[in-house]
Structures are given as structure tokens and as C-alpha cells.
Ligand binder design. Sequence first.
Ligand code: FCB
Length: 460
Amino acid sequence: MTHQFPPGFLWGAGTSAYQIEGSLDADGRGESVWDVFARRAGAVEGGGDGSRACDSYRRWAEDVDLVAELGLGAYRFSVGWSRVMPDGRGRIEQRGLDHYERFVDALLDRGVAPVLTLNHWDMPQALMADGGWAARSSVDAFAEYTAAVADRLADRVEWWITQNEPWIIALLGYQLGLHAPGVRDLGASVAAGHHVLLAHGAGADVLRAHPGTQVGAALSLFPCDPATFTEQDAAAAWGSDGYVNRWYLDPLAGRGYPADMREHYERALGRPLTEIRDGDEAAIGGRSDFLGVNYYTRRVMAAAEPAPGRPFPWRVVGPSGDVARTDEGWEIAPASFRDLLIRLHREYQLPVVVTENGGVFGDTPAHDGRVHDVRRSAFLRDHVEALGQALAAGADVRGYLHWSLLDNFEWALGYRPRFGLVHVDYVTGRRTIKDSARLYARIARTGALPADDEPIAPFG
Ligand code: FCB
């Protein structure tokens, strides 16, 4: 049985500035941490960077046309932080804001709701002089940037995402050094994660002075399941849930940091978490109109002794046996998506917007010029069905934004993984609508999943 989604449900797709724009020197843009990190030898698979990407800074009107042609009601994009604040603080680059204003107006003209992300990982490099997110001064810098963008756009953009994936910033950017700025220090990662959340609070305070805005942070949430039914693995799964999910969910929901995970951090660092000061938790909580959820897969966990490179008593073992996987090897787990949305409703009570969900499927144009990405279509169907089941069970989900509109620069993995509903030829910049996008257009138009055997006409 297919679920009928409520009228007004937001169907859309997402991208982010550094992953698609290119034109890194245009209109007075300053350097971002990703410009610098991508130059490190070995940082990016294949040695690529964002200097050209999908060329969207120049081809933006074509991207707006694509979104409109697919009949999507929403488009999530990010403002390049260093296009607006090239020096990190102080001077505002009006040409950067002019670009996003034109872009937002074009979306609105086509009846597409802009969903604007402020920090999708491209902090101005100038802020690294203080330590980037590891420094508390990043919070004020983010509030300053938020005010600059809000003063220009909050009269017409309703949906605002302050931060994209605080855990991934802390983990890959400051703990493992696999993303910009490439820091490897557990203590710095705790500070960075905390400042990212504080900056959400500070940014939300700026935005909430503009009536009609809806503000949230987008979290990368991974349901954590025990590998076996032993007590030890159950504890490992709960610990991992604290590390990945509750450390961010609890303070955003106004509950402060979870005590069990604070103990894990304090034990691993051998010191109290002094970066979390009195009053900080009150400055993070109670400021979200919705929770952004990025969902890709689940984590299957087993107990393990802490070891070098493994600060906590658990490890990811992955699912046993043969499971369906994307081309990146991630388990395809739509039932976990459904359960996650139901859990969020029961335990946190915040309205949810699914701000990312998608998979890597490497299909490219066939001899007929089309991209027959049947596995992405199946992935989409399965996850939209799971979403419908969560709604039927009472979850308050307001929208679903597929990742991604376009194949794009996938950070340290470079250009190999293709996440797009639309194929991009990186040599010519040419965009080709994939079969999955045709299915998605159909879902967006009707608010329901078509039957399995129903042919998908091109936008009929
Ligand atoms: C998320 C990021 C997004 C993209 C997808 C695949 O972690 O927010 O930019 O890289 O994963």
C-alpha cells in the first residue's frame, strides 16, 4: 500500500556551495578551509578540488531550471561563507550576497522554496588563525555572518539551516583529520563540536529576530544496533548512540549533554570538559523550530577495548551476511530510517525535515543518452516508503530533501562517488536527468509512490 503524503509536504533536493559552485576566485570570495585542505597531498582521492566542480556559480540559472523542471517544491543549497565574509569577520562582500539574492529570487519565481544552509563546512580560512571551530571566537564570527546573510535574505527565505552535521565536522575535521581543516586531536574535536552547537544557538537567536523564519540544524544521524544480543554489544551500541546521535540531539532539544557520553569523553581525555561552560547548554537548547535529519545508513556495533586510534570501548563491525549496499559499500537500510524517524518523534518531539538521504550509484549515460540508475530508483522508493510508514505511525516530518540534485565534489572522495539525481559531465558541465529523477518528479507531483509496474513518463 502506498502512503499519500500530506499537501504542503516539501519534496526537494540538496547541494552545498563548495561541492558544486567552482569559481573560487569570483566576486571577491575569500579562501575557505576546504580550498586549503584540498591542496594537501593525498587529502582528496584523485587529487581533485572544488575549483570547477559543477560550475554552478556560473550555471546557477540552469540548476534552477532543473529544479523547476522536476517539479520540486524545495531546493536546499548553502551560502559560501567566504563569499560573504572573505576575511572571516568585519567586511561583508556585497557581490557574494548579490549572487545568492539573484539565486533565491529565481527559485521563488519558479515557486520553489529555498532551504538555506549557512555552514556546509566551508569556514573562511582566516578564522583558522584562532583555531577555527576549536576556538570559542568562532561562535561570534558565525553570528556575524548569519546577521549579514539574514539582513539580505530573511525577508524571503523561510527555511534556514544553521549548521550541517556537527558530528562530522568534529569527527572528520578535528578528530581524524580526514576533512578540512585536517586537525587530529580528540580534545579539539570536543571543543569544535561544542562551538558548532553554540554557534547554532547564536545564529538561531539572530534569525529568530526575523519573523517568519524556521530555523534548525541538520544532524547526521546513524541508528546504532548491537552486533549480537550480548549485554556488552548492547552497551557498545548505546555508547555509540551517545557519541554520534545523543551528544547533539540532547542539547538541541534542551536537555544538555548526556552524562554517559560526557564520562566517556572525560575518561578518554583524562580531564573535565572545561570548554562547556555554565550557561552554554541553555544557549543551545530551545532554539530550533525543526530538526534537520541527514540519514544514509546504520552502524552495527560491538564491544571493544579502547586502543590507539579508538578512544571509546566500541567499534563498528558492520552487518553480518549479505546485505544490499550502495556503490560506496554503505548498507541500504530503509527500515532503520523509518525507526529513526519514529524514535525522534517519541523521544524528542521536534518537527523533522529530512535534509539529506541518498546513495552512491555510479551509473553514467548509456548509448541512448539516458542514465538508467535503477538502483537509485529502488533506493528512493524504499526510503520514501519508509518515510510514509513513519508518518503513518505519527512522526511529524515536514519534508524530504534528497541528496543530491547533482553529482558533485564528494569531499575527500573527490569526484568518484555519484550521488546525483542529475548526472554531471565534469568535462563539459553538461547535466543529464537520470531515470531516478523522473521517478522523483512523479513522487513530488502526486505526493505518493507510483505502483511498481507503472511506467514513468517523462514529466507527463
Ligand atoms: C553528508 C554531507 C554532504 C554529502 C553527503 C554524501 O555527510 O552533508 O555534503 O557529502 O554526506
